[in-house]
Design a protein around this ligand. Structure first.
Ligand code: HEC
Ligand code: HEC
Length: 226
């Protein structure tokens, strides 16, 4: 279901990315006479905004607010965190078929261009959860988060900063998959920061934490412009 749709879009997206924005900018550059060959023009911010709309938005949503299971919300992610993750995908250190195909042609300028653009996508304001919240599960989630110091690094409002991702308002199933990835060492981090916090957690604890984080009241949801 979801994954088949992602695979189909990934095939199209990697075609679209067959030449990265910076490679295209270089190719379009007038030959020899106009500029010294050693100074390729870096594509401007507008190019990445446009590429985001035509390539990335098919999965991550027009404002970086994904409504596709397994695809993370990107809006409001600090650009330093995003650039580290695009780097990990490009180098094959964070494994995901769709994202590896997309990141493999990116030059350093592209990693920065996409990350900077994503950093400008505003997080959405909180909305009341659609279904009633399980209060017992929420307080168990809160206790786990306190015990594992999640808010210490991710911030009281879970908005992250610098190399630390925003996790407030992230999709619940993606939070669960990420935490299990760190827990089972199938997801490599850019740093070791997430190893300690998930060590000793059971799969059930991870479910509870993801439930709690996805519903934490007063936390701006990531994604979907203002
Ligand atoms: C075919 C669907 C698809 C397309 C198109 C796509 N992505 Fe992704 N992206 C994903 C999936 C799925 C993940 C989650 C991978 C995982 O679980 O490890 C992801 C993860 C990411 C992450 C990591 C986010 C985080 O919170 O760690 C970034 C950054 C990202 N994508 C940027 C982009 C950019 C930039 C583009 C366009 C150039 C793009 N993606 C296009 C499917 C897609
Ligand atoms: C020592 C600081 C620190 C602590 C404590 C911490 N984190 Fe993290 N977290 C990070 C950093 C840094 C990253 C990015 C790591 C990487 O490069 O993959 C991260 C990544 C994540 C991600 C992946 C987000 C994404 O978009 O893919 C999730 C989910 C997460 N943390 C949740 C938690 C939870 C839940 C806790 C408590 C159990 C926690 N973190 C505790 C620093 C921390």
């Amino acid at each position: 279901m979801g994954w088949r749709r992602i695979a189909a879009i990934a095939a199209l997206a990697s075609l679209a990315m067959a030449a990265s924005p910076s490679a295209l900018a270089q190719a379009k550059k007038p030959a020899a006479a106009a500029r010294p060959a050693s100074a390729p023009a870096a594509p401007g911010a507008a190019v990445y905004a446009e590429q985001f709309r035509t390539v990335c938005a098919a999965c991550h949503g027009p404002n970086g607010r994904s409504d596709m299971p397994g695809v993370p919300v990107l809006a409001g992610q600090p650009s330093l965190y995003t650039i580290t993750q695009l780097f990990l995908f490009r180098e094959g250190r964070r494994s995901n078929e769709a994202m590896t195909a997309i990141a493999k042609t990116m030059k350093d300028d592209d990693l920065r261009g996409f990350s900077d653009f994503i950093g400008t996508l505003p997080p959405v304001q909180p909305t009341a959860p659609a279904e009633p919240v399980d209060a017992a599960r929420m307080s168990r989630g809160q206790a786990l988060a306190q015990q594992q110091k999640c808010l210490f690094c991710h911030g009281a409002d879970l908005s992250g900063g610098q190399q630390v991702p925003r996790i407030g308002g992230q999709r619940e199933e993606y939070l669960r998959e990420s935490l299990n990835g760190y827990r089972t060492r199938t997801r490599a981090g850019y740093t070791q920061a997430m190893i300690e916090p998930v060590s000793g957690l059971t799969e059930d604890d991870v479910d509870t934490l993801a439930y709690y984080i996805a519903r934490l009241p007063g936390v701006a949801k990531a994604g979907s412009g203002n």
